[in-house]
Design a protein around this ligand. Structure first.
Ligand code: 6OG
Length: 201
């Protein structure tokens, strides 16, 4: 795999199933090929069904997570986040979703990385991850989420999406990351993670 000079790749091999060729499904991806592996040539024309964000408040050696009550990944532990609304910037989306789901205002937002997810049923979601260094207000349960503080050394990855364990350490280390993932339902079937060599902001 050829990577930009300031990137390195971390990839744990996963078994590939099915055809190695991109499939065309006009119903779900505007006629564009749907990637079936993370090989770069499958992603040149990739367009997500939705753009979305995640926001992780990290303070005093703890990270603020949620138990998600509805939407994609309901029942799992994740960060607050959701789909970008028309006219909204990614950062505005991350802050709004955190306000709506936990009734707090995230402060000191910084872009941490980007995750491109292609599901085998044709759905694709392009997620920008933010870190926040502080917040105002009190994390509160809402219709959408239950707040959960986790120590950084006991993050409950077994209750999170399978990809999280791969990129979380780089988010915590302020190392910008970019990943591409193929999911079959809940199961990650292929992935690649590219990490910037130098720490970000
Ligand atoms: P709503 O349905 O809530 O937007 N999301 C994922 N997050 C992680 N960590 N791993 C995945 O692996 C994910 N797929 C989606 C992005 C969906 C929310 O779910 C996140 C959004 O915050 C497949 O509007």
């Amino acid at each position: 795999m050829i990577l930009p000079r300031n990137k390195c790749a971390v990839s744990i091999p996963t078994p590939m199933t099915g055809s190695q060729q991109p499939q065309v499904d006009p119903a779900t991806n505007n006629g564009r090929p749907i990637p079936t592996t993370v090989a770069p040539d499958h992603w040149h024309q990739w367009q997500a069904t939705h753009r979305a964000t995640l926001c992780f408040v990290i303070k005093d050696e703890r990270v603020l997570l949620i138990r998600k009550k509805r939407g994609l990944g309901a029942g799992k532990i994740n960060g607050p986040g959701g789909k970008v609304e028309p006219g909204e910037s990614l950062e505005e989306c991350a802050a709004r979703e955190t306000r709506e789901e936990l009734l707090i205002e995230p402060l000191g937002l910084a872009r941490a990385g980007r995750l491109k997810f292609q599901f085998t049923d044709g759905y694709g979601i392009d997620v920008t991850v933010y870190r926040a260094s502080d917040f105002s207000g009190t994390p509160t349960e809402t219709d959408e989420a239950v707040p959960i503080w986790s120590d950084l050394d006991t993050i409950p990855f077994e209750e999170m999406w399978q990809d999280d364990e791969l990129w979380f350490p780089f988010m915590l280390a302020h190392r910008p990351f970019e990943g591409r993932f193929i999911f079959d339902g809940d199961r990650m079937v292929d992935h690649v993670l590219e990490i910037a060599m130098e720490a970000g902001s």
